[in-house]
Each structure stands twice: as structure tokens, then as C-alpha cells.
Design a protein around this ligand. Structure first.
Ligand code: CP3
Length: 346
């Protein structure tokens, strides 16, 4: 069987396509009333994540309702630390919390190794299989993981933070400990992503959500090095690297063995193309807050973005996840604008 709509895969591989493909980071969940209905039928976020049938259902909702060109598997980057032995809680209206954190070498030693950790995530592979079946070759399915540094930040600080000062302290005060933890996360992530591929995902995205808190040389040593290891290990499907706030690392990111680099809205599009060069596909980068504007302004800003990227080697998206209180009609208008306008740019 062949995918009916493989625009995003062809674009990731650098091929010239008939229009620009589009999807939204955090499209599964958050904005749709249809998601909230399923969410309210279970006892909390984690129950939804670990229920393959329901996870598949909310994965497919944005394809049916919004008309995006790809699905992204409903899961979370935090399933990896949990599989390694640090369970998380998702506190309503607050976010993730890790009751147990990593502070010492013995904490790291006690974490599960790569294969045992990946074995814990059968519910993700099962959700991928069900999703693939139910998508019935309509659009590709994106798998994902957090970048090792972003995962480390949650494992050491124990939850969201403005500064992640415990994590940064470890980088500066105990670099060997930080590298030991990052190596262990990286090894587990590679096995996890390979199993996602075996279960059926068509492409992968690495989310480095906290890249922006590091100085450039520190970023290279503690984050990019491990992202690079992941990229080098994955040959089966196209890979996207999205490092939020890492404008300073765009030049180095151009040397990653990945197909696509995600831009956030702080990164000037033309400048990014100049820095990164022509080899990579770029993804992004409308400010999610533009979707609070009027329909007319959404159209104007979306067309401006498309013009700046140009017709090829661009996967349209927001510059970070869609905000929870965004009107789904505005999201649909963003998507329709791309579908209507981008063919005319060819
Ligand atoms: C940092 C990060 C996390 N999770 C993720 C990241 C990286 C992307 C980014 O930077 O936004 C990635 C993620 N989380 C979720 C997905 C599903 C697929 C998608 O729609 O993109 C993906 C790709 C579901 C989720 N993950 C979470 C929800 C909301 C939970 C709910 O329904 O109550 C969803 C749908 C919870 C979550 N998970 C996380 C936080 C901080 C929170 C709480 C706040 C929030 O909503 O973002 C950690």
C-alpha cells in the first residue's frame, strides 16, 4: 500500500511538491472539543496516553477535523524518563511533576538501561499500530521523542521551570555526571525511536524545548552532541530537529544528519535559510499568537510566512505548539490559507 498524501515526506526529502504541506505542533489534544470529550471520559492525561485505542482516536482527530497533512502520535516526551524509572505526574492546570529526581551517580545507575526502558513503552507501539491501521494510508504518522537535554532537564529539576537551575548547575559543577545521564537517555531514546519506526511511524521529530536556556558552547557540548548521535542512528525515516530558542545554533544544526530543521518565530526566515544553507528542509514558524488575530490578519501573516520560505523545502507549521485556547476555526483558516495560496507560488 502507498500513502495517498505523502507531501510532507517528499518535502522532507527535498523533492519539489505541488503545494506546501502543513501540520501543527501539539495538534493532538489541547484545542479540540472532541479531544476534551475523550479526555473527560478518562481519569487523567496519563490514562489517555497509556490507552492505545483512545490515544489512536485523538491522534486522528486533527486529520479528520482540521485537514492537516500528517498525524502525530498522541503521547508525551516524558514517557522516556518514566520508562527509565522516574514516574511523572501530570498535575491539572500546572504541568508535569517528578516526585523522584536525579541528583547523583547512584540515581543514574538505578535507571533502566536502553532495551529494558524501551520495553516499558509497549502502549506507544500499540497506539502507533492502531493509528496506522485507522489512518488507512491517508497521511503519514509522525513519531517523536524529547532531545536528551530537554529530558534531562525534567529528570533533574523535577518539573517545568523558568531557569532549570538544578540542571544547569549539574552541567557546570558536575559535567561528568551530566554526560553520564545524557548518554543513558540518548541510548534509550534511540532504541525507543527505532521501535516506533518498527511499529509504523513514517517520520520522526526531536523536540528540544529548553534549548534556549543554554549558552552556545554549552548547547553544543550538552545537547547538540546527543541530538547528533540520535540523527546518526536513524536512517529509516526522515528526521526533524526542533530546538526552541536555539537561534545561536542554526549553523551547527546545518551539519546534523537530519532532513528538516524546525524554526521558532524568533528566527528570521531568510536569515535562517542563509545560515543553514539549501540542503535542509525548514519547518515553521508562525507565532502561535497570530491565531488570536482576525481571519484577515491570519491570512496576511500566513502568506507573508509562505513567501519568506518560498515554495520548496518548507513544511508549514507554527513556531511552537498551538496554544490551548486557540479557536479551531482559526486553525482551520491557517491550514486552508496554506492549501489555497501555496500552489500559486509554484
Ligand atoms: C516540553 C514537552 C512536553 N511534552 C511535549 C513537549 C515538547 C513540545 C513542546 O515544547 O511543547 C510533547 C508533546 N506532548 C503531547 C504531544 C502529543 C502530540 C501533539 O499533539 O503534538 C507532544 C508532541 C501531548 C500533551 N502533553 C500534555 C498535554 C496536556 C495534558 C492534558 O490534556 O491535560 C498534551 C495534550 C502535558 C504536558 N507535557 C509536557 C508539559 C510541559 C505538559 C503540560 C502543559 C502542556 O499542556 O503542554 C512536556
Amino acid at each position: 500500500m502507498q500513502l495517498k498524501n505523502d507531501l510532507i515526506l517528499r518535502t522532507a526529502k527535498g523533492e519539489k511538491t505541488e503545494r506546501t504541506p502543513v501540520w501543527l505542533m501539539r495538534q493532538a489534544g489541547r484545542i479540540l472539543p472532541e479531544y476534551r470529550k475523550v479526555r473527560e471520559s478518562v481519569n487523567g492525561f496519563k490514562e489517555l496516553v497509556t490507552n492505545p485505542t483512545l490515544a489512536a482516536e485523538v491522534t486522528i482527530q486533527p486529520v479528520d477535523i482540521l485537514g492537516v497533512d500528517a498525524a502525530i502520535i498522541f503521547s508525551d516526551i516524558l514517557v522516556i524518563p518514566e520508562a527509565m524509572g522516574l514516574p511523572y505526574e501530570m498535575i491539572e492546570a500546572k504541568g508535569p511533576l517528578f516526585p523522584k529526581t536525579i541528583q547523583s551517580e547512584s540515581d543514574i545507575r538505578q535507571l533502566r538501561g536502553k532495551d529494558a526502558a524501551a520495553d516499558e513503552l509497549q502502549y506507544v507501539y500499540e497506539a502507533i499500530k492502531i493509528t496506522k491501521k485507522e489512518l488507512d494510508w491517508r497521511v503519514p504518522l509522525i513519531g517523536f521523542a524529547g532531545a536528551p537535554f530537554t529530558i534531562m532537564a525534567y529528570m533533574v529539576d523535577g518539573g517545568g521551570s523558568k531557569t532549570f537551575s538544578k540542571t544547569k548547575k549539574m552541567l557546570y559543577a558536575e559535567p561528568a555526571l551530566a554526560h553520564a545521564l545524557l548518554s543513558k537517555i540518548t541510548a534509550a531514546t534511540i532504541v525507543y525511536l527505532k521501535r516506533q519506526i518498527a511499529a509504523g511511524v513514517d517520520m520522526l521529530q526531536i523536540f528540544d524545548s529548553w534549548a534556549g536556556i543554554l549558552a552556545p558552547d554549552v548547547y553544543n557540548e550538552f545537547s547538540l552532541k546527543y541530538i547528533s548521535e540520535i540523527c546518526n542512528a536513524i536512517n529509516e525515516v526522515p528526521v526533524t530537529v526542533f530546538a526552541k530558542g536555539a537561534f545561536f545554533a542554526r549553523k551547527e544544526m546545518a551539519s546534523l544528519k537530519c532532513n528538516t530543521i524546525g524554526l521558532d518565530w524568533n528566527m528570521d526566515i531568510k536569515e535562517s535559510r542563509t545560515i543553514i544553507g539549501d540542503a535542509k528542509t525548514l519547518q515553521g514558524n508562525l507565532d502561535p499568537c497570530v491565531l488570536y488575530a482576525s481571519f484577515d490578519d491570519i491570512k496576511k501573516e500566513t502568506q507573508k510566512m509562505l513567501n519568506a520560505f518560498g515554495p520548496y523545502k518548507h513544511i508549514a507549521n507554527l513556531g511552537h505548539g498551538v496554544y490551548p485556547d486557540t479557536d479551531p476555526e482559526k486553525v482551520k483558516y491557517f491550514i486552508e490559507t496554506i492549501k489555497e495560496y501555496s500552489p500559486k507560488m509554484r
